[in-house]
Design a binder for this molecule. Structure first.
Ligand code: HEM
Length: 493
């Protein structure tokens, strides 16, 4: 066979060649740029003591933004889920109407006439004056993102409900939230950073942040279960600071081939295994502090993002925002924890199924959303994502372990600890979501008929499709694919 006949015609061939050469050159330049950019952890907004947490609580916004801070204080514990028909929730509803009417005076103008209320009109304030201060910008994101979730999820069904069509997020929230989010490089919606990293104050202000010295400020449900859920995520994140140190030590070793370095790497991998086991225990510990029923019925609905009802769901519209249909608006998830991503990158877990590894992905694995973890990075503060980008072009511990027999077992042990963590996490997620999706929201009304009506209501809320994560994904398929991708990183087959 004449191979030259199989080649494209010469001009096409050269154009392919040059394009390929250019893309290789371009990606090398990108990598070199990232490595040259290696800066102190501070430049990535990472603290040596508190990791991705800011070492101090975020300061309150200046008085020009006082209406936002006040609205958040007013919402805390005083609004109920729009779907909730319990007596307690119904009592809170009139307050919810007036709270939302302040934010979106135009839309709730009928109420103004009805109740003869003079409602102050909320402007769409610009966040530009805050952009020179990182902590104030983060605070603006935090306050506005909480307000959006309170606004959307407290809206009851009924004539004023827009849940059959898209949910409107008023411009007074949507415009500034999108503006500050673009500045910070994260999604304009409630994220893991808003619920955990930025949502705390120290119990003892004279002491530094620690797992024991942290109290969560905002909750949707007002329950201790919700605080404990954030607490578990925070504990995992703080325990993960040691992971960041281990990674940093590895990347800063002058050489990874001499005996002293190899024995340090081996010890650090063993330490890493211990940290992963601790995080596993922390995740499992939610079982004793956060009631699955309360989580599923009273807490989780507040976390739903615009895609929670699946691809055919009604979605949200951010009024007054350019390119609103392309915004990232999934709900918060610990899948947005930068510590867990750093760990995955360090151990080279191939969530996107790009590597040829054993055992081959099952058909269910192939069906999963392989872009999930990468997409979750868009829900992280931009500086944290930059740090993860840097890690992904740094030295590879998996390649080193593959080439160094003394490191194979320590590396595999760390991988297997992470696989076991994901096994336990799947069990937790199944108990808290899959099992509870078949339960009855018992606290809402005591009689069986009311329970049945609740059940019908619940089915409506959940939709009839597969059980989904807050990110709108088919839950068990997604989590098992992550677990199986982890197993595939193991060197010993
Ligand atoms: C009641 C406890 C928990 C439940 C019900 C739960 C549920 C979920 C769900 C539904 C997802 C799928 C992603 C989505 O669409 O949101 C997820 C992902 C994830 N969760 Fe949790 N989670 C819990 C606690 C935690 C904690 C404490 C951590 C600590 C780090 C954690 C770490 C993760 C990670 C890293 C992912 C991304 C998927 C993966 O890495 O396998 N989860 N979780």
């Amino acid at each position: 066979m004449d191979v030259f006949n199989l080649l494209p015609s010469p001009p096409l061939f050269f154009s392919h060649f040059f394009r390929l050469a250019f893309s290789v050159f371009h990606s090398k330049v990108q990598i070199r740029k990232l490595l040259n950019q290696r800066r102190s952890p501070n430049a990535y907004d990472i603290s040596p003591h508190t990791g991705f947490f800011p070492p101090e609580p975020l300061p309150n916004l200046p008085s020009a933004f006082g209406i936002w801070e006040q609205a958040l204080r007013d919402a805390n514990g005083n609004l109920s889920l729009g779907e909730d028909e319990s007596d307690e929730a119904l009592e809170k509803r009139p307050y919810g109407y007036t709270w939302r009417a302040k934010i979106d005076a135009v839309r709730e103008a009928s109420l103004e006439i009805l109740f003869c209320l003079t409602l102050p009109k909320w402007p769409a304030l610009s966040t530009e004056s805050l952009h020179s201060d990182l902590r104030l910008s983060q605070r603006a994101h935090f306050v506005l993102a909480w307000l959006v979730s309170f606004y959307v999820h407290s809206m009851p069904p009924g004539p004023e409900d827009e849940k059959s069509g898209p949910v409107r997020v008023p411009r007074s929230l949507a415009v500034p939230l999108t503006q500050v989010s673009r500045h910070l490089g994260l999604a304009p919606v409630l994220t893991f950073a808003d619920t955990v990293l930025w949502n705390w104050e120290p119990i003892r202000p004279d002491m530094p942040l620690s797992p024991e010295n942290i109290r969560f400020v905002n909750t949707f449900s007002g329950t201790d279960d919700e605080k404990n859920f954030y607490q578990a995520s925070a504990q995992a994140e703080l325990r993960g600071v040691e992971i960041l140190r281990i990674i940093d030590d590895f990347n800063n070793l002058p050489s990874a081939s001499d005996l002293t370095s190899i024995s340090k790497i081996s010890r650090d991998l063993t330490r890493l295994t211990g940290v992963i086991q601790d995080i596993n225990e922390i995740i499992t510990s939610v079982r004793s502090t956060c009631d699955p029923h309360v989580f599923y019925w009273d807490i989780r609905p507040w976390f739903e993002g615009c895609d929670a009802k699946g691809p055919d769901g009604p979605g949200w519209i951010y009024e007054g925002v350019d390119d609103a249909e392309n915004l990232d608006l999934s709900g918060p998830s610990a899948g947005q924890s930068s510590v867990m991503h750093a760990l995955d990158i360090f151990l080279d877990i191939d969530h996107k199924l790009e590597q040829r590894r054993y055992p081959a992905p099952s058909s269910e694995n192939k069906r999963a959303d392989h872009g999930f973890m990468e997409r979750m990075r868009r829900y992280m503060p931009g500086k944290h994502r930059d740090y993860l980008d840097l890690l992904s072009v740094s030295r590879s511990i998996r390649e080193l372990a593959q080439a160094t027999p003394a490191l194979r077992d320590p590396y595999d042990n760390a991988v297997m600890a992470l696989k076991s963590l994901r096994d336990h996490h799947i069990r937790i997620a199944c108990l808290y979501i899959v099992t509870m999706s078949r339960s009855i929201p018992g606290s809402r009304g005591g009689c069986p008929v009311s329970a049945m009506l609740d059940r019908l209501q619940a089915n409506r809320v959940a939709g009839n499709g597969p059980v989904r994560g807050t990110g709108g994904n088919e839950l068990s398929v997604l989590l098992k694919a992550g677990r199986d991708a982890t197993l595939r990183a193991r060197l010993k087959k």
